[in-house]
Write a protein that binds this ligand. Sequence first.
Ligand SMILES: Nc1ncnc2c1ncn2[C@@H]1O[C@H](COP(=O)(O)OP(=O)(O)O)[C@@H](O)[C@H]1O
Ligand SMILES: [Mg+2]
Length: 249
Amino acid sequence: MTSGLEVRGLSKSFDGLTVSENINLDLPAGARTALIGPNGAGKSTFANLVTGILPPSSGLIRFDGVDISRMNEGARVRLGIAKTFQITTLFRHLTVRENLRLPILERERRGFRMFRPADRFPEIEAEIETCLSQFDLHALGDLPVEALAYGQQRLVELALTLALKPRVLILDEPAAGVPSSETHLITEAIEALPSELAVLIIEHDMDLVFRVARSIVVLVNGRILVEGTPAEIAANREVRELYLGGSHG
Ligand SMILES: Nc1ncnc2c1ncn2[C@@H]1O[C@H](COP(=O)(O)OP(=O)(O)O)[C@@H](O)[C@H]1O
Ligand SMILES: [Mg+2]
């Protein structure tokens, strides 16, 4: 039995349009793999297939040797496969602390009764504090999420997802829309993730990709064009043409 996530021959079509074609990918514990490629290549679709938001047309997804391809999203989250929350799912009027309490209560199956102090549990409050410190959000804990800089809001998303204690984390464009003056916050947070966590990063910011990835998979038209170490990908002629070609018209 292989541990971690294994994707074998995964394909997805929408009304005859093939968006993922025969994808094979391993994401063992500790992986830092980047999935890159042009807009429309099928990166988000792949993430949605892995997390169970979309059912595959064919192929297998195994986690610790168990076929999870037909499991729904909630069941996969409980197994430890998580994609980052989107800012749109944060409660913008609630504070960072209040937002963080939600996934912890969810994980502990204690329900969303955050407004009643009697329902607070010291171990959960302690975990919230640890989490705030880990992401350098301590000073911002009592501010409503909407008062934070955009890059910090994205850190809160990451913190919320990690509160589920996943074993596989999928980040779909964690730096998208973040001003360049704040992208270092995202890069540093990814660098500080638990080392045993398997991480798949979908990202257009190549500085970020080359800082954090140990393996890079290039997706074009739903197919894996090439995969390799960052050095191999940087030196690959087809990849260079794909990226440089586009910007030179
Ligand atoms: N739910 C859907 N129904 C039909 N087509 C879709 C759907 N989701 C994505 N697509 C199409 O699949 C292709 C890949 O999209 P996507 O996975 O979002 O690419 P990426 O994340 O790499 O930009 C695009 O052509 C997109 O229009
Ligand atoms: Mg996408």
